[in-house]
Design a protein around this ligand. Structure first.
Ligand SMILES: *[C@@H]1O[C@H](CO)[C@@H](O)[C@H](O)[C@H]1NC(C)=O
Ligand SMILES: *[C@@H]1O[C@H](CO)[C@@H](O)[C@H](O)[C@H]1NC(C)=O
Ligand SMILES: *[C@@H]1O[C@H](CO)[C@@H](O)[C@H](O)[C@H]1NC(C)=O
Ligand SMILES: *[C@@H]1O[C@H](CO)[C@@H](O)[C@H](O)[C@H]1NC(C)=O
Ligand SMILES: *[C@@H]1O[C@H](CO)[C@@H](O)[C@H](O)[C@H]1NC(C)=O
Ligand SMILES: *[C@@H]1O[C@H](CO)[C@@H](O)[C@H](O)[C@H]1NC(C)=O
Length: 621
């Protein structure tokens, strides 16, 4: 009514005709653009493939690491901010003896050790200062009858017998560092001191184009440790990537009798260690898998995070939270330092998996930048004679909701950091090792190739004194060693085992605004969700969804043969689904990738636990 009144009033104004013309013009523009079905999306990447030939072409992702979508997120996460720099240890464990170093302090210590590979630990009696041959102790001091200090100490008692003297030089150490969730962009932004240092002092080579092969740590860790795929999918060429092991095999049974990377290194005379700084480990943490029964390596760090996070006295459970300028990764890295010193006469294989630095924080690694330089400087001699690999599992996945819907954010999730240095004696041009690494670093790579590199270092290169650059196919392995020439065929998301939803090769993208197509595909997605619920036998427990709105529909130009869409759709019960789907216009057939939820569904899917947990469900009241 009001508007009509206003119009009636304005009709007599001199500018009326002009106003109406402008109004109609604007209306025309709105109608015109909204009826425009597909709008090319301006890419933030330097190169974008427009050939629609994802089989042979991969436009490698080159972009500005300081892109504007990431800048607002960099707030300097650091649990050690304002930490107590005057803090000094009150107790120490050196040369097999534990001592009180703070004068007059009233302290006791107790040994603890793991039970097989479990997260639980057993403690021994409290003891007064003196000799101990325990690997781990918890030292606690009291003041005025209250706990005032708690600390976990470690020492290495070599487990494997000293090797016999031979005239052959000992094989090099292989030391792997995983900073969980570290993607290339994060490393570039947060480690401005360490990365150039590693490059100049160790001739370290970065691989900026690594594509993850599964969503979270487990399906990326299994390819690295076992060479097995546990998450299936389809490539951009719609070829099926079948899991090698189903859930029964990788989760519900112990893994001890499988061939794994620690076992293989041990069989070749290496002393081995697994150092994880979180007591929920890669293999048994999630989703409640069995993992290993016995410790998979000669040395395992797990008892320390167990005591720190769960089983120690209250005061001990506080000491690695940062307030004393010390976190779990410091304890883990010190343990590695002790190992490197204890095993100078034998080759050492270690995998240090640090969860705490970067997991939920995009600039978390910044606080380790100078620390890493100091650490590598302090242990320069040993590290310079070793193979050193920084192998992240996947990119950042948590903590920054909307960031993951941006072009850069959703890409960085899939692009784990990788850098490799080789022992100094093999860096000369006569071996061709660095040149080969450099060449391969400019190609698309996966964890399967990193694993092949580890096996190559262990089993195939030593007999050629690390000079063999010719390609070999390692039996039963999917990847190709990075220290050899890789096969000439194009390395793309179609030729490598990469589920299409993680593909980091950049293609032209279009935003599809055609409402009819949106609804049509959105309905198909909802039907598919219902199908998946039925397949998991939980339909009766879950509400039926109705499509409310397609929030985004983006076409990816991988191929001429069909249309590939990334679709996000909201439904009733506030569920928000996203998936990749391919749609063949000719026959109307549609196929789906993995469906994920974008909303935080909390405990609304928990009723399915009694059958099998299914996150897509919204439980009936
Ligand atoms: C213990 O008591 C002394 C004297 O009262 C006091 O100076 C000190 O701060 C107390 N220590 C703790 C940990 O409460
Ligand atoms: C040391 O602390 C313990 C625990 O509070 C207490 O029982 C003991 O009497 C203390 N010893 C000395 C010498 O103060
Ligand atoms: C898992 O794989 C094993 C061995 O291939 C097979 O015997 C078993 O039936 C499979 N389990 C399921 C639930 O598919
Ligand atoms: C591994 O195999 C051996 C020999 O077959 C068997 O005794 C042992 O129980 C197996 N270990 C596990 C953890 O399954
Ligand atoms: C192996 O290669 C290194 C570096 O090229 C060289 O210094 C060393 O003498 C070689 N050793 C043997 C046994 O050939
Ligand atoms: C669903 O139930 C059927 C029949 O009871 C059973 O054969 C099938 O294995 C179940 N599927 C799952 C995924 O639990």
């Amino acid at each position: 009514m009001r508007i009509i009144l206003i119009i009636r009033k304005w009709r007599h104004e001199p500018g009326f005709i002009a106003y109406v013309s402008v109004f109609l013009y604007l209306l025309f523009i709105i109608l015109f653009t909204s009826s425009n079905d597909s709008i090319k999306i301006e890419s933030s990447f330097k190169n974008v493939d427009t050939t629609r030939n994802g089989k042979e072409v991969c436009a490698l992702p080159i972009y500005d690491f300081w892109h504007e979508s990431v800048k607002p997120l960099l707030k300097g996460h650091n649990p050690m901010k304002n930490c107590d720099k005057t803090f000094r240890k009150w107790t120490e464990l050196e040369n097999g003896e534990w001592r009180i170093v703070k004068e007059g302090a009233n302290c006791s210590a107790r040994c603890f050790e793991g039970i097989g590979a479990k997260k639980e630990v057993v403690f021994q009696e409290w003891m007064k200062p003196g000799k101990t041959n325990c690997e781990f102790i918890e030292a606690v001091c009291w003041e005025n009858n209250t706990e005032a200090y708690g600390y976990t100490h470690s020492q290495i008692i070599p487990r494997t017998p000293k090797p016999p003297e031979t005239k052959f030089p000992s094989p090099p150490n292989v030391l792997v560092f995983t900073i969980d969730s570290l993607n290339t962009g994060m490393a570039k932004r947060s480690l401005p001191k360490f990365l150039p240092y590693f490059q100049s002092k160790f001739s370290g080579i970065e691989f900026p184009f690594v594509n993850k092969v599964g969503e979270n740590s487990q399906p990326n860790g299994f390819p690295l440790w076992f060479g097995k795929r546990i998450e299936g999918g389809r490539t951009v060429a719609w070829e099926e990537l079948k899991p090698d092991w189903n859930e029964t095999e990788y989760c519900e049974r112990f893994l001890d009798n499988k061939t794994h990377i620690f076992k293989e290194f041990k069989q070749h005379g290496y002393a081995t260690a697994l150092i994880e700084d979180w007591y929920q480990t890669l293999l048994d943490a999630w989703p409640f898998c069995k993992g290993f029964k016995e410790r998979p390596a000669d040395h395992g760090f797990r008892p320390i995070p167990s005591v720190f996070e769960a089983y120690g006295l209250k005061v001990t459970r506080y000491h690695l939270k940062g307030k004393l300028c010390r976190e779990t990764h410091h304890a883990a890295m010190e343990y590695l330092e002790q190992l490197m010193r204890a095993y100078r006469d034998r080759p050492l294989f270690t995998w240090t998996w640090l969860n705490n630095i970067a997991h939920n924080y995009i600039d978390g690694p910044a606080r380790a930048d100078q620390y890493l330089v100091d650490y590598f400087e302090r242990n320069h001699q040993i590290l310079d004679d070793s193979f050193v690999l920084f192998v992240a599992d996947h990119g950042l996945r948590f903590g920054y909701g909307n960031y993951f819907t941006t072009e850069i954010g959703s890409f960085e999730r899939h692009n784990p950091y990788l850098a490799i240095s080789v022992p100094k004696k093999y860096r000369g041009s006569e071996t061709g090792l660095l040149d080969t690494l450099k060449r391969n670093s400019q190609q698309l790579q996966t964890h399967f190739d990193t694993r092949a590199t580890l096996l190559d270092i262990l089993k195939f290169q030593p007999m050629f004194n690390f000079t063999d650059r010719e390609h070999i196919k390692i039996q039963n392995e999917i990847g190709d060693s990075l220290i050899r020439k890789q096969p000439d065929e194009p390395r793309t998301c179609a030729t490598l085992p990469i589920p299409q939803q993680y593909c980091i090769c950049q293609v032209q993208k279009f935003e599809i605004r055609n409402k009819i197509l949106q609804r049509n595909l959105g309905k198909k997605l909802v039907d598919h969700v219902h199908y998946l619920l039925a397949k998991s036998n939980v339909s009766q427990l879950c509400e039926q969804y109705d499509l409310e709105e397609v929030t985004s529909l983006i076409e990816y130009d991988y191929t001429k043969s069909w249309n590939t869409y990334k679709i996000s759709a909201k439904t009733t019960f506030s569920a928000h689904f996203e998936t990749l789907m391919v749609y063949n216009e000719n026959d109307g057939s549609v196929n789906f990738g993995k469906v994920v939820r974008l909303d935080t569904y909390g405990s609304t899917a928990d009723c399915t636990k009694k059958v099998k947990f299914q996150a897509l469900c919204h439980c009936k009241k």
